[in-house]
Ligand binder design. Structure first.
Ligand SMILES: [Zn+2]
Length: 386
């Protein structure tokens, strides 16, 4: 069957990158992804897919896209996020929004992470004879993966898409990934009572309270590390890292307020909401014993850990077609949400995470044809007759 009317791969990448779509928990850097989704919808429409735009309940400029060939819930989802991280133009030698070629690479914000994947997936879909589908094929593009996972959460709430298998095309250099950790970013704010330092009994020090909290969290960290281990990870135990501490203002005043920010990374199998509840209970006990008020202003709802069995059909197929064993990565993805929707999910796409989230992001041109090939072969295996 002839390829349907789709622009060339590189032109699609350039078009998608040209539309800024950064998402951020910081409203100053947060933008919508609607323009990217509209381009994708146009491509999917040209291929003859059934296209649905699912806007966020809160903001009309944040949109998930579901485009489908065929019917039913036993098919394959090709998934990715259409947002990027915010950028700092001063660090870029290339224009982040006008894709340029240099030294065998395409430069631009989102080239690796992960707008190129959509162009790759669409190119692969255009090569299939979809009149012969035996299972549905779905292209999914989400919003807010880089900030709150709000797009993926909304899909879970809506119970869509339903599919048996999923590939997320995050940049893994086409190595299949079936495991990653989950993360909680937590803030602990303690409020005590200030007073003159000459009489400590006149106040309640938030700083000393935080010292006790940190000591306890370090014990908690040791307990977690001795109870949980998974050698598939380069860092095989759960971690906790204190990232920021702010409190007090003067050596001769009792510290009235202190705030700690830290992250905790959990292994697959660990229950993140239960972990967060235990963490908060420990901190609350310490604060109350010292007459301190405690708050937990959440930075981020946290992302669950991700694990798909090595024996899952999609993992085995991705390993066979790429010649790699399935591994683990240190970054989070929308994998746990697709898993929750019932799809066995593998993470595998072109591009390199080491080049993402930094100035002069790029993707190797040579990585694109094998990626198209891989997606085409996965789609044939799971959705077309043998
Ligand atoms: Zn990404």
């Amino acid at each position: 069957m002839a390829a349907r009317a789709l622009p060339p791969l590189r032109e699609m990448i350039a078009t998608l990158v040209a539309e800024p779509s950064p998402s951020s928990a910081d409203p100053r850097f947060d933008q919508g992804n609607r323009r990217v989704i509209e381009h994708l919808a146009g491509y999917c429409d040209a291929l003859g897919m059934r296209v649905e735009l699912l806007p966020s309940a809160h903001r009309d400029d944040k949109v998930n896209l579901l485009a489908t060939f065929g019917e039913g819930d036993d098919g394959l989802v090709l998934a990715g996020h259409s947002d990027t991280v915010p950028w700092d133009a001063s660090g870029w030698r290339h224009d982040p929004f006008r894709v340029s070629e240099d030294d065998g690479k395409l430069y631009g914000l989102g080239t690796s992470d992960m707008k190129s994947f959509f162009a790759v997936a669409l190119t692969a879909l255009a090569r299939l004879d979809v009149t012969r589908l035996r299972a549905p094929l779905v292209l999914l593009a989400t919003y807010d993966e880089e900030s709150t996972m709000g797009g993926a959460r909304a899909l879970v709430a809506a119970g869509r898409p339903k599919a048996r298998h999923a590939v997320i095309g995050e940049p893994t250099n086409l190595v299949p990934i079936r495991l990653h950790k989950g993360a909680i970013m937590e803030t602990v704010a303690l409020v005590g009572q200030t007073g003159h330092s000459s009489d400590p009994s006149r106040g309640r020090s938030a700083l000393e309270g935080m010292h006790a909290v940190m000591s306890d969290l370090m014990l908690f960290r040791e307990a977690l590390a001795s109870a949980h281990r998974n050698d598939a990870f380069a860092v095989p135990v759960p971690t906790m890292s204190f990232g920021a501490l702010h409190g007090g203002d003067s050596p001769n005043r009792i510290c009235g307020e202190c705030e700690l920010r830290f992250d905790l990374r959990a292994l697959p199998g660990m229950d993140v909401p239960a972990l967060r509840a235990e963490l908060r209970a420990r901190v609350t006990r310490i604060a109350e014993a010292r007459g301190l008020e405690v708050r937990f202003p959440a930075l981020h709802p946290g992302t669950p850990p991700f694990e798909t069995a090595a024996s899952a059909e999609i993992v085995r197929a991705a390993c066979e077609l790429t010649g790699h064993e399935a591994g683990a990565v240190a970054f989070g993805t929308e994998g746990p949400y697709l898993t929750e929707l019932g799809a066995e999910t593998v993470i595998c796409g072109p591009g390199d995470i080491a080049r993402a989230h930094q100035p002069d992001e790029s993707i190797d041109l040579a990585s694109l044809p094998p990626a198209v090939e891989l997606i085409e072969r996965l789609a044939r295996r799971f959705c077309l007759p043998a």
